[in-house]
Write a new protein. Structure first.
Length: 389
């Protein structure tokens, strides 16, 4: 990655980047196959399990590695250089566990049990909140999925969720449901083996095809009483540092696009020129533009992550910066891939060329939370009302 800074500062961080880099090289060899067939990358996840990365963000007292946000996004950015969908999928699992550890939002006994299951048995977890009628949970819509309290104390849950990333491989689903007879919305933890849980293969996206973000069907699912993790409160949500795994992933894809274009320019020598196109002023300008985008976006991303790690008492002040880092990184990633394709030319559109896959995958970042318009509104609100109205 000539010209791309490695932000690792400790031996632990260097080790994460090194190990993730080796996996990324392996993942890149089969990324196009998973993308073409829209297949979940089971082989990649076996490698991640073998390397211990499923426990990266689990607290050390529960057997995990206790990684901070900087280490988390280093892993994500590095893995995404090999295969973006694998990195994004892993990020949901790792991020959820980090967020619960940060805000202690689950009952301690349940969190400890899930941590142990992940550490010892390599289990995978993700949330499934989005629904066709409500859209993104960030928009505040009440879920159509309903949980009814039964006479025996269990819950009867019916509903349908979409965008369930890692669907073929998940062991646990976290779902939101309206609680029958109340105005409350609860979050429930459902193990896959519960009767009535099924997956409908609906994922046919142009982007992030290997995430297999299929629909989760909940049909007369009877869950134990302690499946309810908590009742969602209506007050403003706490800043979600873990969501920086999203822009980290898209910047990793952009780094690969940049490297592909630089390598091409360094070696492509058309017979109309006395030298490779690296000497063409317009090509050099495009390369410089890519590096400007990456430098600014990556420095912002890592500086905000370091603030999160180093100043936990000030995390409530970081909502705007977290959202801004995502907006800038995602849009920079799109711009970088666009410049890379302009350098490589029409062959970058070929179905077998990695740049067309990067182009499709980075577009998905616009639809991951928070959406750009919500970030703009948040920053405007902070400017005019200092976040109080």
């Amino acid at each position: 990655m000539n010209g791309i800074r490695n932000f690792a500062e400790t031996k632990k961080q260097e080790d994460i980047v090194r190990r993730a880099g080796l996996l990324a090289e392996e993942f890149s060899k089969r990324a196009s196959v998973y993308d073409k067939n829209a297949e979940f990358p089971f082989e990649n996840f076996e490698a991640l399990k073998d390397d211990g990365f499923l426990a990266l963000t689990i607290p050390e007292k529960y057997g995990g590695q206790g990684a901070g946000l900087v280490e988390f996004i280093m892993l994500q950015e590095t893995l995404a250089q090999g295969d973006g969908p694998t990195a994004l999928s892993l990020g949901w699992h790792l991020g959820i566990m980090m967020n619960v550890a940060t805000y202690h939002s689950w009952p301690t006994a349940i969190f400890e049990k899930i941590c142990k299951d992940i550490v010892e048995n390599k289990k995978l977890i993700n949330s499934a909140h989005s629904e066709a009628k409500t859209g993104s949970p960030a928009r505040g819509g009440k879920p159509g999925t309903v949980a009814e309290k039964m006479e025996n104390g269990n819950w009867l849950i019916n509903g349908r969720k979409n965008f369930t990333s890692l669907a073929p491989a998940l062991d646990y689903f976290i779902i939101s449901a309206a609680i029958e007879g109340t105005d409350d919305v609860g979050e429930f933890l459902l193990p896959r083996e519960l009767k009535g849980i099924s997956i409908k293969e609906t994922w046919n996206s142009m982007s992030m095809r290997a995430t297999r973000s299929d629909d989760l069907l909940l049909t007369e699912v009877e869950a134990p009483g302690n499946a309810l993790l908590y009742i969602k409160k209506k007050q403003a949500q706490k800043p979600q540092g873990w969501l920086l795994h999203i822009p980290a992933c898209y910047l990793g894809i952009a780094v690969s696009a940049r490297n592909e274009a630089v390598s091409f320019a360094d070696t492509y020598h058309p017979n109309s020129l006395p030298h490779p196109i690296r000497e063409v002023p317009k090509v050099r300008e495009r390369v410089a533009k890519m590096d400007l985008e990456l430098t600014s976006a990556r420095h912002l991303l890592y500086s905000v992550a370091r603030l999160w790690d180093d100043l936990p008492e000030k995390r409530d002040e970081l909502a705007g910066e977290l959202a801004a880092a995502k907006l800038i990184a995602t849009n920079s990633a799109i711009a970088v891939v666009d410049e890379a394709m302009r350098i490589v030319g029409a062959q970058s559109l070929h179905a077998e060329h990695p740049l067309q896959r990067y182009y499709r995958d980075v577009r998905a970042g616009l639809h991951n939370p928070p959406a750009d318009e919500l970030t703009i509104e948040l920053l405007a609100k902070q400017a005019f009302f200092n976040g109080t109205h």
